[in-house]
Design a protein around this ligand. Structure first.
Ligand code: IPD
Length: 276
């Protein structure tokens, strides 16, 4: 039986390559920075232009499909996942990295049908690494199959997380307490590359063994979730329950044992949902 979504995925890869080139070109020029929800929640004209490029080129081919895009939501579009074929887009995942020219900057796109992720594309465009995954067909980086490390021992694991500004002091305390608890297990180390999508791809290709985060968005997670799952990784909610794309939180890991060990250490805080 032919694959109804393969053509969408092929188109997505082509659009993503163009978006990546636009980002690389923008890095050669001055970058004008604007603030969103806080002094450290940044957006640039490039985020907005890249999202427009992606959405217009997909809409032209698939006019009935739905979209959830980081910058469109910031401008007031709804962030609700329906059963429709839906493109979930982060034009620049790692905007802070982009403004500092820190080299982990990705275009991230996930495609869902009936709320299930069918494929994911993450293009780490400075590294020129194109990660792709189609449900049931494996994960690839620049066309070469990738898989997680398979590490089952947390004490031999490299763990990724991100450490953004928190307006609530209790959230700050919990975030740093979680880091202390995980480092005390002990683990080999904690790293913060600055792009959720890249973090998931690093776990997918075995360069890191786990990644956890509370407070990200569906557009940060959708592309990478497909890639890490197809690379043989485990993805779950921070509580150990099933992963929920709209929940703003996740753990991904090389094995269930590592993910569940992190669940035991992590104290949750309320980050709300993308669809509320
Ligand atoms: C951000 C990155 C970062 C994470 C932030 C996200 P953006 O995405 O994924 O790693 O710490 O929470 O918002 O805003 O650069 O698309």
């Amino acid at each position: 039986m032919s694959d109804p979504w393969q053509e969408c995925m092929d188109h997505c890869i082509e659009v993503t390559k163009k978006a990546g080139k636009m980002i690389r070109d923008a890095l050669q020029k001055d970058i004008a920075i604007m603030q969103k929800s806080s002094p450290v929640d940044l957006v640039t004209e490039t985020d907005q232009r890249v999202e427009q490029l992606i959405i217009s080129s997909i809409k032209e081919k698939y006019p009935t499909h739905s979209f959830i895009g980081e910058e469109s939501v910031a401008a007031g579009s709804p962030s609700v996942l329906t059963d429709d074929p839906t493109w979930i887009i982060d034009p620049i995942d790692g905007t802070t990295n982009f403004v500092h020219r820190f080299p982990f900057v990705a275009v991230s796109i996930g495609f869902t049908v009936k709320k299930e992720i069918e494929f994911g594309i993450v293009y780490s465009c400075i590294e020129d690494k194109m990660y792709t995954a189609r449900k049931g067909k494996g994960a690839f980086c620049n066309g070469v199959p990738i898989k997680v490390s398979g590490q089952e021992d947390i004490t031999k694991s490299l763990v990724l997380t991100e450490t953004g500004f928190k307006s609530n002091p209790e959230h700050f305390k919990t975030m740093t307490a979680n880091i202390t608890a995980i480092l005390s297990i002990p683990v080999h180390g904690i790293r913060s590359p600055g792009s959720a999508a890249v973090n998931m791809c690093l776990v997918a290709c075995g360069s890191a063994d786990a990644y956890y985060h509370m407070g990200i968005h569906c557009w940060d997670m959708a592309g990478g979730a497909a890639i890490v799952t197809e690379a043989g990784g485990v993805i779950m909610d921070i509580s150990g329950g099933p992963f929920d794309l709209m929940s703003r939180r996740l753990i991904v890991a090389s094995s269930r044992a590592v993910a569940e060990r992190l669940v035991r250490e992590i104290i949750e805080f309320d980050v709300g949902r993308d669809d509320q």
